[in-house]
Design a protein. Structure first.
Length: 60
């Protein structure tokens, strides 16, 4: 079984709205994930926090 097959079909990435978060989402897209809906955004009193759901096609 390849490493890609072992990845979950659904995942949610969360974190501060910064370059590191964008890199994590980009890496997931490179692994075959697709965005699932728009990001959720909140403010924790200090910084903006985002969450993005991603899904992988069964055939990916």
């Amino acid at each position: 079984m390849s490493e890609e097959r072992e990845l979950p079909r659904y995942r949610v990435l969360t974190g501060p709205d910064d370059a590191a978060f964008c890199r994590r989402v980009s890496e997931a897209l490179d692994l075959g994930y697709e965005l699932h809906g728009p990001p959720s955004v909140t403010f924790n009193g200090e910084r903006v926090i985002v969450a993005q759901a991603l899904v992988r096609n069964r055939d990916a």
